[in-house]
Design a protein around this ligand. Sequence first.
Ligand SMILES: Cc1cc2nc3c(=O)[nH]c(=O)nc-3n(C[C@H](O)[C@H](O)[C@H](O)COP(=O)(O)OP(=O)(O)OC[C@H]3O[C@@H](n4cnc5c(N)ncnc54)[C@H](O)[C@@H]3O)c2cc1C
Length: 390
Amino acid sequence: MRTQVGIVGAGPAGLLLSHLLHIAGIRSVVLEIQSRHYVEQRIRAGVLEQGTVDLLVNCGVGARLEKEGLVHRGIELRFGGRAHRIDLSALTGGRAITVYAQQEVVKDLIQARLAAGGQVLFEVADVSVHGFAGGAPLVRFRSQGVTEELACDFIAGCDGYHGVCRQAMPAGALTLHEKDYPFGWLGILSESPPPSHELIYAHHERGFALFSMRTPSLSRLYFQCAPGENPAAWSDARIWSELRTRLGNGTTLQEGPILQKGVTGMRSFVAEPMQCGRLFLAGDAAHIVPPTGAKGLNLAVADVRTLAKALAACYADGRTDLLDRYSETCLRRVWKVQRFSWWMTSMLHRLPDEGPLRQRLQLAELDYLAGSRAASTALAENYVGLPFDD
Ligand SMILES: Cc1cc2nc3c(=O)[nH]c(=O)nc-3n(C[C@H](O)[C@H](O)[C@H](O)COP(=O)(O)OP(=O)(O)OC[C@H]3O[C@@H](n4cnc5c(N)ncnc54)[C@H](O)[C@@H]3O)c2cc1C
């Protein structure tokens, strides 16, 4: 098999890259270890930055997003018995976020790729990448029991944190920055309306909680827990009781059947550079942010936007300068987003061994944020998404 760009991973990064390359007239093959059904049902992120929405709409995969996505112009902070709304749109010249589940983005992208005759191979196995340090990149994999080789000009490693591409880079080629937080999130998907039509970020003495939604009748609710917490240890009644306590302020929380329950660890991780020869990393393969700032999916989108432009310039004009600067361009945004995600996380979570001093400092910071237009603007412009660096 031969193509121009071999893409490992059919998450948002790999699929969007393949779609953007197709628009630029560049051929690609996407290889995915999971089934189509699995990736289309995998529940993860759901908050899209303004720039992500604009990109998806402008590249022709935003029809359902525009119809079904929920545009939010503010978020609420709850702390110290108070509720304060951050008016995202008023503070950012009209920008907003859109709530639209990641698996819906994935469905839209798969449909667009297949409708255009694109090659997305699901349920492949034993994927390995070779030859990227020289001029003959190759992806080896097994499909339906047969070993295949995909020769290509470039390889895009869009295979997430546990993928093979980053690990294939030679020892010493990468510097890894990593921090695991001493807490996680227990998240549920519930068939019930959310307590508010906008997201609520709650600071509470028992720990952080986030009240969000996927649709007006489907709530996505999280609360801070121990990193290795067993979700089975939490009965539905206990989960609702904990959420009610942390929501506070007398707001009613409507309970419904819990459709999904899981614990997510919290990690900050960056691999730099994001390139080794003709192998480029994008999305979670190169970086992980704690989910507090709702940035993981958006960062993956920003990476592949940059990579698609660089590859298009290379194929159209023989220019390699954008490819050479790929890592540098992406990492400028990655580090700013890491900082924001770390800051939101630090301000809102309870540390297991913290004393009252830290909690008072967090409350003072939230109070300052609520009272200062400058501080609120800094939060708002990061939350709706920083401008693309190029
Ligand atoms: C459990 C969980 C919950 C999350 N919740 C949120 C949230 O609430 N808010 C938020 O902003 N972000 C959240 N995130 C982060 C966000 O979902 C990710 O940042 C986003 O999925 C990144 O997209 P990606 O395409 O880079 O990686 P992924 O979506 O991980 O896609 C990588 C793909 O590569 C495939 N793959 C892996 N290894 C191989 C291989 N060897 N060969 C071929 N294919 C391979 C995987 O099956 C997967 O389909 C969450 C992440 C996780 C894991």
